[in-house]
Design a protein around this ligand. Structure first.
Ligand code: GLC
Length: 449
């Protein structure tokens, strides 16, 4: 097994889903028609999405699905968590408000994880929180309704893998039920089942975005991914599909690990958790601080991507206080600095400024994000444009600057030193706004004459 994907709880075979592999590039090119790039517009402008892993794994606080697959807990004990999944404090209005206050433009919610437990009222089997848990309600329907009232796009996370379904070949990490080649009829039954669930999601909720997961267990031909894609687009030609569909998605989804160089994909989204787990686990207190979240977020948008930021609700439908606190800080920072974040383009690339940056759509405004507090000058190399003004975004205060090392007879730009006094710093990340005389032009040479 070629193990290129390693987290503490799992080691997956990513042979068939190399991030940025040829197949993925193919999927990207499938999205280059005018219509396809139009449908991606809101996604490219969105920058921030909130990911919600809601499921029975929150009852005991075990890892979603992987805990029984990897035999950390026996399957029957894992499934007993159904009995504790009450959602008795679930308030979709509050969830939608929590998401909205961050400034996020979309949310992605688990409709079914690899454990096979649907969080909506599926008619394809009885394994849902509606039929098999005391919650007895559809989690998705009222949440999507509330999100849409707030103009937040709705994404459905759906696991192709279903380790609970008897017709699915895989089960525990070292045991499978059957081999597809030996029993194609059984696999066809599973196909009918999971494709039926995807149709249900399309019909019931008309998601703006489908977020598939688990495609690595089978090939594109086995999953019939082209049929999955076609089925979704027939219902809603504007639906966006993430890249975990064996080459039939619209964008890449690097997970948890931050790309150091800018991903080649035109559209990409990093999904990352607020602590170390996707779902709620009381024992996991390794929360990222607001400063860490904001610096990660600005690094993502600087590189042209979106952040899909994950939180996990408890079994009663409430979120831990750390979730509320950090999302509020993130949202407040976005309110102060949103003009540098939403509806922008990725920034000027490495080497010019030692920090993230973004550009206005017409690229005549450059935003520089300063990590950490500063009392002094930051520098910017290679700017060919004339500067009209420089100011701090959150308080609109003008800043003084000086151009150093500009030789009159050389075409190579000097270095801009911008002075940022301590009292003008943002609580977390200070953003500078440089208004230029026109679309940005950067010198990228090696110096000299
Ligand atoms: C992984 C995991 C899963 C998690 C997902 C989110 O692929 O299998 O547990 O839901 O990533 O990106």
């Amino acid at each position: 097994m070629n193990c290129v994907y390693l987290l503490s709880h799992k080691c997956l075979n990513y042979n068939n889903l190399n991030l940025f592999s040829n197949q993925q590039v193919h999927a990207q090119s499938a999205s280059t028609t005018q219509e396809d790039s139009l449908k991606m517009n809101w996604f490219a402008d969105a920058k921030l999405g909130i990911f919600i892993h809601a499921g029975i794994y929150a009852v005991n606080g075990v890892t979603e699905s992987w805990s029984f697959h990897n035999k950390d807990i026996a399957y029957p004990d894992y499934m007993k968590q159904l009995n504790g999944f009450t959602l008795n404090q679930y308030k979709p209005v509050e969830w939608a408000n929590l998401i909205a206050q961050t400034g996020a433009k979309y949310a992605v919610v688990t409709t079914k994880h690899h454990d096979g437990v649907a969080t909506y009222d599926t008619k394809m089997n009885d394994l849902s929180i509606v039929k098999a848990s005391p919650a007895k309600k559809d989690l998705i329907e009222p949440l999507f309704a509330e999100l849409r009232k707030r103009n937040i796009k709705c994404g459905a996370y759906f696991s192709l893998i279903d380790w609970s379904d008897n017709n699915y070949p895989g089960f525990l990490k070292d045991s499978s039920r059957y081999a597809i080649a030996k029993d194609t009829a059984r696999w066809e039954k599973f196909q009918h089942f999971f494709q039926g669930q995807i149709q249900e999601l399309s019909t019931k909720f008309n998601p703006d975005l489908f977020w598939f997961d688990g495609d690595w267990e089978h090939s594109a031909a086995e999953w019939q991914t082209s049929k999955v894609r076609q089925g979704i687009l027939t219902k809603n030609k504007n639906a966006i599909i993430n890249g975990r569909l064996q080459g039939f998605g619209d964008y890449e989804t690097p997970e948890q690990n931050f790309p150091v160089t800018r991903p080649k994909a035109k559209y990409w989204e990093m999904c990352m958790t607020l602590n170390d787990n996707w779902g709620y686990q009381a024992k996991d207190t390794h929360w990222k601080t607001p400063y860490e979240v904001i610096t990660i977020f600005t690094d993502v948008i600087s590189n042209g991507g979106n952040l899909l930021f994950d939180i996990g609700p408890k079994a009663d439908g409430t979120f831990p206080k750390e979730v509320h606190q950090t999302l509020k800080e993130l949202g407040d920072w976005n309110k102060r600095n949103g003009e540098a974040v939403f509806n922008t383009l990725g920034g000027i690339g490495q080497g010019h400024f030692y920090g993230p940056s973004t550009l206005s759509k017409d690229s005549s405004t450059l935003y520089l994000f300063i990590q950490g507090h500063i009392n002094g000058a930051v520098s910017l190399k290679g700017l060919r444009n004339k500067i009209k003004s420089i100011s701090v975004v959150h308080n609109k205060q003008p800043l003084k600057y000086k151009i150093v090392g500009k030789i009159s007879w050389s075409a190579i730009p000097g270095i801009v030193y911008i002075n940022v006094p301590e009292n003008l710093n943002d609580k977390y990340v200070t953003v500078l706004k440089l208004q230029l005389d026109g679309p940005i032009s950067m010198y990228k040479g090696t110096g000299g004459l």
